[in-house]
Design a protein around this ligand. Structure first.
Ligand SMILES: [Zn+2]
Length: 291
């Protein structure tokens, strides 16, 4: 077992899960199932965005963390069938199904939501509480999903504060992570913490769209405010997916196991090869262990 808790962590970005995709960002249920099956087979274990940024990753020895993030809170991500059960064709239904077939593959994910999560109207609170009760994370993606660039500080903060307030009112607790609308970085300092719209927040992690795996939270220089996410897609020419989307990066991590975060199985210590000794973050020096 080659533990490397300073290795890279794929943070995957999904949008809608649709049998007939509408936008280039959508994936089909079959594609999501195949990607989750692959992750399970290759020893990945999902953690939430909040767990990842806080370094709360209590995984078995040899396992690799992966963060599954779903943006915009669409109906394709979570919903009920007429009997009140989780719809099997939603992201959550698919994740639960894969986890049933792969013991140890924790069915958790982070949902960056806007107004009316999962388009469930008055049942939104039931959904949010059900998800949070099972370890899923409901996080902030602003109320109206507008481009923050060009907005005043008070408008940026109202967009975030009202979303924060909504998640609280639905029983989701304090959202501790944030994803920029359109994945586009703007007004980082205004977005990171504030008080507006009936809520106060101070995000522990801020997520962008991106093109590469993210750093270990234990790495020196880890920046929790600029976390890149990998778009879920196959190797195609579109958007340079042959190099920068999920299939390409999972292939790369598979071929470069020394670059990947691999757990030592002990959450009390951070283990890594001695060659990386200079790269441990200052706050973790006391619990670092080289071999
Ligand atoms: Zn979005």
């Amino acid at each position: 077992m080659q533990a490397n808790e300073l290795g890279e962590v794929p943070v995957l970005m999904y949008h809608r899960i649709l049998v007939k995709p509408i936008s280039d960002l959508d994936r089909t249920p079959a594609q999501l199932t195949a990607e989750l099956e692959r992750l399970a087979r290759e020893g990945y274990v999902p953690v939430t965005a909040a767990e990842y940024v806080a370094g709360r990753m209590d995984l078995p020895a040899g396992a690799h963390p992966v963060v599954l993030t779903f943006d915009d809170g669409s109906a394709s991500q979570f919903g009920y069938d007429p009997h009140g059960n989780v719809r099997p064709d939603t992201a959550v239904g698919i994740l639960l199904d894969v986890a049933r077939r792969h013991p140890g593959f924790r069915p958790v994910a982070t949902f960056f939501v806007n107004a009316d999560p999962f388009a469930l109207g008055t049942r939104g609170g039931d959904a949010v509480r059900w998800l949070v009760g099972r370890g899923f994370e409901i996080a902030n993606h602003t109320t109206h999903h507008l481009d923050l660039a060009g907005m005043s500080k008070s408008r940026v903060q109202r967009e975030i504060g009202t979303d924060q307030r909504m998640v609280l009112d639905l029983g989701g607790g304090e959202a501790s992570t944030f994803a920029f609308p359109f994945g586009a970085l703007s007004h980082l300092a205004w977005a990171r913490r504030g008080s507006a719209g009936g809520a106060t927040w101070n995000f522990g992690g801020m997520f962008l769209a991106g093109w590469k795996p993210a750093d270990s939270p234990f790495l020196r220089g880890f920046d929790p405010q600029l976390i890149p996410r990998i778009r879920s897609d196959g190797k195609t020419k579109k958007y340079g997916c042959n190099q920068f989307c999920s299939k390409a990066w999972l292939d790369w991590l598979d071929k470069n196991p020394g670059k990947r975060y691999t757990s030592d199985g002990d959450p009390r210590v951070i283990s890594f090869p001695v060659a990386k000794a200079g790269f441990l973050g200052k706050n973790f020096q006391a619990i670092g262990r080289t071999y």
